[in-house]
Design a protein around this ligand. Sequence first.
Ligand code: G4P
Length: 192
Amino acid sequence: MKLLEEKILSEGVVEGDDILKVDSFINHQVDPALMEGFGREIANHFKDGHITKVATIESSGIAPALMTARFLNVPMLIMKKQPSRILNKNLYQTEVSSYTTEKGYELCVSRDYLSEDDHVLIVDDFLANGEAAAGAMRLIRLSHATVAGLGVLIEKSFQPGREKLESLGLDVYALARIKSLEGGKVTFLEEG
Ligand code: G4P
C-alpha cells in the first residue's frame, strides 16, 4: 500500500539493522484516519472470507483490528497477554515466546467468544518472527474455529514470520513488506 510505504519513509525511524520505529502513527501515537484506511484495505482483501470475528493481540494490534472489524461489520476480539501461567478453566491459553523482547508470555482468550462456527481473521501491526500470530492461531484452533487469515500493517520480510505461518497453512496479507533495514535505510520488497 503506497500510502503506508510513504508514511514509513517519512516518519519511520530505523534502529540497528532490524527494528523500525513507527511510534508517531502506529505504536505510540495513532493516526485514526490513516488507521481507518489500513482497516478498509485489510477488510477489502478478506471480504470474501466469510469472516465472523477479527482477533488481535494486545496492545498495538487493537487499532488496526478494530478498524478492520468495523469494515467487515463483525466483533473484534482482544487476545490478552499474562505474565505467568495462571490456569483458568474458562480460558484458552498458549505460551508465546518473543525474540524481540526475549520474554515469553501466556496468550489467552475467553472460551465465551470463540466457537467452532467462527471464521477468524487475525490482525496485527507487525509481522516479524510470527510467534504472536502462531500463538493466536493455536488459540483459535483450540476452540475448533477456523483461522481465515492474517492481515498485518508491516511485514519484515527478512525475518521468518511469513514463511513459518504459510507453512502452517495461513493466508498472510501485509500492507507493506520490508525487504531490508540495513544501514538505516528502508527498502520495500514490493507494493503491499
Ligand atoms: P512476532 O510477534 O512476529 O513473533 O515477533 P517478535 O516476537 O520478534 O515481536 C515482539 C514484539 O515486538 C511484538 O510486539 C512486535 O509487534 C514487535 N516488533 C517486532 N519487530 C518490530 C519492529 O521492527 N518495530 C516495532 N515497532 N515493533 C516490532 P508486542 O511485544 O506484542 O508489543 P505491542 O506493541 O503489541 O504491545
